[in-house]
Write a protein that binds this ligand. Sequence first.
Ligand code: S3P
Length: 179
Amino acid sequence: MNRRAPSANLVLFGFMASGKSTLGKLLSSRLGMGFIDADEWIENQARKEVWRIFAEEGEARFRDLERQAVSHAASLTGTVISTGGGVPLHEGNLATLTASGVPFFLDVTPEVIFSRLSGDESRPLASHLENPDDVKKLLDLRRPFYQTIPNRIDASTRTPAELADEIVNRFRALAGECT
Ligand code: S3P
């Protein structure tokens, strides 16, 4: 069966280190769709890394750039969009992206997140997360936002390839684009 690339976007949400960028690239090649990573887009626009934007211009400036990244990504079609972990917390972002395609929430336990984040100095909001309990506290604050995202994927234990299988199947059914 021939499949054409869907015109709806596929949007990945989730906490830091939930696998959005890795999975986004894999899904774009599996589905023959474009790919955009919101943080990479911001870094290209600002010509500096995310941690440096936070350090030199503050979080408010980063969130402003993030809103611009969301508007740009939502204007695309047939694209897999990997968002930053804070995207759904800020006014309008979730609605804008959901209107452009099919959203998925990658749900990962605090223990797994903590093990992936340890030693990572590129994430400004991760530097204060010293144990799984710190991660749980931040995740609990954010959970009300993440819980509004349709299509939850349990992403703690399965490999990216296994997760991609499930998301591809669910996306094709939801986007209704099989030919
Ligand atoms: C953030 C997550 C980061 C990045 C920025 C803020 C957050 O992206 O956008 O450091 O608020 O959770 P990842 O989710 O890719 O780490």
